[in-house]
Write a protein that binds this ligand. Structure first.
Ligand code: NAP
Length: 289
């Protein structure tokens, strides 16, 4: 395998396609008298939240989604957010509800999540949405990042049925739900974590290797094998380039060894917010019925 055979799986065309579809669907809703509306809550001033919030506002504006934004100081009482979430839950003109997680440590976040009705839970914050994903009970949206990974795999026509997918990471935000989505697509799934023995050997067996560990370039050449498709979910501060971001995978090594890989940044991260918009519009279509 030479670098000539390598394909970069950029997030840009995937995000552009989803956003074009989002716009068409939002216009149809508006023509029928229903403006897709997101109630967005941020507590405190965490830089990661502010960065993601800017991306959400930009994408929603492009897609024609109305955003009702609420900003609370980190020291705001939990009851304040609880009251606002309950009001948004009861408000028929609000299609979707999202808050940045984690909330301040003093808050009872699990209880606050449950104030969101499953139909408005566009990022799988509630138990009902998780049950839909993990048990196939009821309905609910998958979390946006794993859904973005699946959209990337579909866009680049990566076959999954019967193939070996190795997921690095078992968080409830990325690793576990991603494993469930891959399983639902008939992949044979292995989930790895910090206690996995001989991680490089397990990873080398993958047809599709998906890294969501939050460790800059943990995945080096000895984790990779020819023919693999590598999906890098990692968003990390790059220790080698202060002020820059990097993924969980050594992309240069993937270019030399693998069939295809997502760059990071420039891969999955670009698709996540487009998927959030897609979920908002889907919730809106259901609400407008
Ligand atoms: P997390 O909650 O910290 O979970 C990390 C997982 O990786 C854990 O399961 C942990 O294992 C495992 N892990 C850590 N070090 C490891 C090692 N040396 N070997 C094997 N496994 C190891 O992180 P997360 O929220 O899932 O996020 C993962 C990455 O995705 C981060 O870089 C984050 O910034 C990124 N992310 C990207 C997006 C996006 O839209 N692109 C969205 C969300 C997150 P244990 O369970 O054993 O501790």
């Amino acid at each position: 395998m030479t670098m000539v055979d390598f394909k970069e799986l950029s997030g840009k065309p995937v995000a552009e396609k989803i956003m074009a579809e989002n716009l068409t669907r939002a216009e149809k809703l508006k023509a029928a008298g229903h403006t897709p509306t997101l109630a967005l809550f941020r507590v405190g001033e965490r830089p990661d939240d502010i960065f993601y919030e800017r991306s959400i506002l930009r994408h929603c504006e492009r897609a024609g989604v109305n955003v009702r934004q609420t900003l609370l100081p980190a020291e705001a009482p939990e009851q304040k957010l609880a009251g606002l979430l309950t009001a948004a839950a009861d408000d028929k003109t609000v299609d979707a509800i999202f808050f940045f997680s984690p909330l301040p440590k003093a808050y009872n976040e699990p209880a606050l999540r449950e104030l969101i009705p499953a139909a408005k839970d566009v990022d799988c914050l509630t138990r009902a949405s998780a049950a839909a994903l993990f048990c196939g009970e009821g309905s609910g949206f998958a979390p946006c990042t794993p859904a973005a990974v699946m959209a990337m795999l579909a866009h680049y026509e990566v076959p999954l049925a019967g193939r070996r997918a190795v997921v690095l990471g078992r968080s409830l935000v990325v690793g576990k739900p991603l494993a469930m989505l891959l399983l639902a697509a008939d992949a044979t799934v292995t989930i790895c974590h910090s206690k996995t023995h001989d991680l490089p050997a397990v990873c080398r067996e993958a047809d599709i290797l998906l890294a969501a560990v939050g460790r800059p370039r943990l995945v080096q050449g000895d984790f990779l094998a020819p023919g693999q498709v590598v999906i890098d979910v990692g968003v990390n501060d790059d220790p080698a380039n202060p002020g820059k971001m990097c993924g969980d995978v050594n992309y240069a090594a993937a270019q030399k060894i693998c069939a295809a890989a997502t760059p990071a940044p420039g891969g999955v991260g670009l698709v996540t917010t487009a998927i959030l918009c897609q979920h908002i519009i889907e919730a809106s279509e259901q609400n407008a019925k």
